[in-house]
Structures are given as C-alpha cells and as structure tokens.
Design a protein around this ligand. Structure first.
Ligand SMILES: Nc1ncnc2c1ncn2[C@@H]1O[C@H](COP(=O)(O)OP(=O)(O)OP(=O)(O)O)[C@@H](O)[C@H]1O
Ligand SMILES: [Mg+2]
Length: 261
C-alpha cells in the first residue's frame, strides 16, 4: 500500500501539519508515503513526491473531497502509474449519506432527503418525530447551535447556518429522525478489504453486517448505543478522509500495515 498525503501549502516536501503524526508513524512502520500539493492539484498539476512507483496501490489520506474532486484525484493517480484503491463510485457511496442509506436504512435513523429549497414545513408536517437532526450530504452544523431542530423554522435556520459557515450545502439536505443515544457511546470502526476493525476491543455484529453490505475497500462506520440498548449506525465515511477520532495512531498504522501482508 502506498499512502498519499497533502503537503504543507508552503513546503511541498513536508506533510500538512494536520497529518504529521499519522504520516510519521506510517513512514516509520515502513509504509511508502508520498506528498502532493493540493494548491497545485487545484491548478491541474499532480506531481507526488516521492513519485508513485509503477502499479503501487494508492490510498489517499487527507481532506474531504467532493466526489468530483475525488474523481480528478483518481484520474491523476492512474495517469501517474498508480492504482487507486477506491474507485470514484465507491468514494461517493460512503461519503454521501443518500448513497449508503438505502443499503443500511434498517441500521440508522430514518432520513428524508430534500433539496436546499424544499418546503421544510411540508416535510416536518408529514413526519412527526420527537426532533429532527439536520445535515447536508456530508456534515452536520458543528457550531454551538448544533444540528437538532424541533420545527421547520429550526430546519431552515440550521440549513442557512451550514451555508453561512461552510460556504454551501453540499449535495442537499438530510432531515433525520432524532433518536435518544446514550452519551459517550459513539465509536468509530474502520472496514478495510471487507474486515471490520475497532480500536482494540470487540467489533459489534452490526459493524460486521455493514462490512458485508458495503462494497468499498476502505470506509469508517460510527456506531452509538441507543438508550434502549440497540447499536445504531450514525454515519459512514470514506476511510481515506475519515479522521482517527479516538484511535491511537499505532492501532491505525497496524491496521494499514496488516492489510499489506
Ligand atoms: N439522528 C440522530 N439522533 C440523535 N443524535 C444524532 C443523530 N444523528 C447524529 N447525532 C449526534 O450528533 C453527532 C454528529 O452527527 P454526525 O456524525 O452525523 O455529523 P458530523 O457532522 O459528521 O459530526 P462529526 O464530525 O462530529 O462526526 C453524532 O455523533 C451523534 O451524537
Ligand atoms: Mg460524525
């Protein structure tokens, strides 16, 4: 496996500081790692350093990309002789909630998908839920206001704030049924080549089931316990752009290193 990280914007031979710990740990474990400038990439230039070796299986680790951007990166890696581990279709499947939802609707809070300009009054009137959890296709509102709505006006407010803070609503709006979750029970799992991994302890059966249903080589699954004791999938993410959350870096490195054997 050949890892590809974003470089520091001002120094193409250093990793972006956000990924420094992970990059150093993977390099120290003997994994091949290259850097590329995202500023150059935005200008249509892709010149990884060190160069990708021919037929290297390339796994990106970096900032979230739109599916279109990932498609461009996939093409650039292929043109440079590498073989991207994840296809653009697989990236989109795990990155956008409406893509994975039909495959996992029984494991995750019920969700309605709407355009940015939809009639939220109508949607809320038709779905009388304890509360609504609002996000775009990728992320919730992570400011103090939070993403929980109790009315259509709240939904509109959250959507406007997502637009204000992040520049746009990515894809569209997801209005999810609010479920009571036990505090501090959310755990991130990674699935690599069909095998589910946790950061040390047991992997719940729900995650093995998700691994069987989702045909993508590398993704994350966040699972929390509902107050009635049912484990619930909160979100899926493409593994290349998922943060480690509370995973010790060593556990992540051994996950990647073992997949190479
Ligand atoms: N339907 C829901 N009902 C109740 N709580 C929810 C629901 N969906 C999400 N949450 C809570 O809100 C948190 C953030 O939601 P989610 O992970 O979907 O958004 P996010 O923007 O990806 O956030 P983060 O970057 O923190 O992972 C979850 O960790 C969970 O505690
Ligand atoms: Mg999340």
């Amino acid at each position: 496996m050949h890892l590809l990280f974003p470089s520091d914007p001002f120094n193409k031979k250093s990793v972006d500081e956000t990924y420094a710990i992970e990059y150093e740990a993977l390099c120290s474990a003997g994994l091949r790692c290259s850097l590329f400038s995202t500023l150059d990439f935005d200008q249509g230039i892709f010149s990884p350093w060190p160069h990708l070796t021919a037929d290297a299986k390339v796994l990106y680790r970096g900032w979230m990309l739109t599916p279109e951007e990932y498609g461009r990166l996939h093409k650039a890696i292929s043109t440079s002789g590498g073989v991207p581990v994840t296809s653009p279709h697989q990236y989109r499947l795990c990155h956008y909630l409406p893509e994975w939802y039909p495959l996992l609707h029984d494991c995750t809070p019920e969700t309605i998908f709407a355009s940015r300009d939809a009639d939220f009054e109508y949607i809320v009137a038709k779905h009388v839920w304890p509360a609504y959890f609002v996000k775009d296709y990728v992320k919730s509102l992570t400011t103090k206001r939070g993403s929980v709505a109790s009315s259509a006006d709240d939904v509109s407010e959250i959507v406007s704030l997502i637009e204000q803070f992040r520049g746009e609503v990515e894809g569209g709006v997801c209005i999810r049924k609010y479920e009571d979750l036990r505090p501090n029970t959310e755990e991130r799992y990674f699935v690599l080549n069909g095998r589910a991994y946790g950061r040390g302890h047991n992997v719940p059966e729900l995650v093995h089931e998700i691994a069987r249903r989702i045909m993508s080589p590398f993704f994350s699954a966040d699972v929390a316990m509902r107050t009635d004791g049912t484990p619930r999938l909160i979100e899926l993410g493409d593994g290349q752009v998922s943060s480690l959350k509370s995973w010790p870096v060593e556990a992540f490195v051994s996950l990647i290193a073992n997949s190479d054997e």
